[in-house]
Write a protein that binds this ligand. Structure first.
Ligand code: SAM
Length: 200
């Protein structure tokens, strides 16, 4: 396995190309389900290769893509340039350091497919709370805690190890311990849910 940057969250490697697009054919629909609205300022935290970032850029006023892996940010940068997006910033760094990486308050922090690997989840929630506007939201997209062999895409088991997966209740407990308040849980078939929190 290639070396991972220091601080890399466990089980959050960007998937090999092909099946991610099959699993997420409608990223804009996912984003609408967790509350993305036109005119918002957004952070796509742990943004990977920008599959969701591009759709955020098409709707939001501005999006900051933040990831610890600078090479993935380059892939995202190309994806957004090809998509004609000009309202995006790209920042390399550790999600725990969010408030130092992005100095502006935002309406929404979107975090997909990474929360399961965060060692200190209340700490991450506190970091997110620091960059949210009053009533700003933190939307987490997680795999349901189903056995990995059941979550097949293109004929193969996919996603993080079974033991890393979090229930909605575990996610709520961790994020509320970091000072944010649950607004809603939404189902994101076939294998995910969204947990949306608010800075109150
Ligand atoms: C499974 S990928 C998901 C990418 C994107 N959110 C998506 O759903 O398409 C998880 C991402 O988290 C990033 N990551 C892992 N540890 C991180 C950390 N400590 N801070 C910021 N990003 C991190 C990885 O580099 C990877 O791009």
């Amino acid at each position: 396995m290639a070396d991972r940057p220091l601080g890399f969250f466990e089980g959050t490697e960007m998937p090999t190309a092909g099946w991610w697009e099959a699993l997420w054919p409608d990223p804009a629909g996912v984003l609408a389900s967790v509350g993305l609205k036109p005119g918002m300022d957004v952070i796509d935290l742990c943004s990977g290769d920008g599959w969701f970032t591009l759709q955020i850029a098409k709707i939001a006023r501005h999006v900051a893509a933040i990831d610890i892996d600078a090479s993935l940010l380059e892939v995202a940068r190309h994806r957004l340039a090809e998509g004609g997006a000009t309202n995006c910033a790209f920042v390399a760094g550790d999600a725990y350091e969010l408030a130092r990486l992005w100095l502006y308050h935002v309406d929404l922090v979107f975090l997909a497919n990474a929360f399961h690997g965060v060692p200190d989840r209340p700490r991450l929630a506190r970091s997110v709370a620091q960059v949210l506007k009053p009533s700003g939201r933190f939307a987490i997209v997680n795999w349901y805690p189903r056995p990995r062999e059941e979550t097949t895409v293109l004929g193969e088991p996919r996603g993080p190890r079974t033991d890393l997966r979090l229930s909605p209740e575990q996610t709520i407990e961790a994020v509320e311990a970091g000072g944010l308040t649950l607004k809603e849980i939404v189902d994101l078939p076939p294998y995910h849910y969204g947990a949306v929190f608010e800075r109150t």
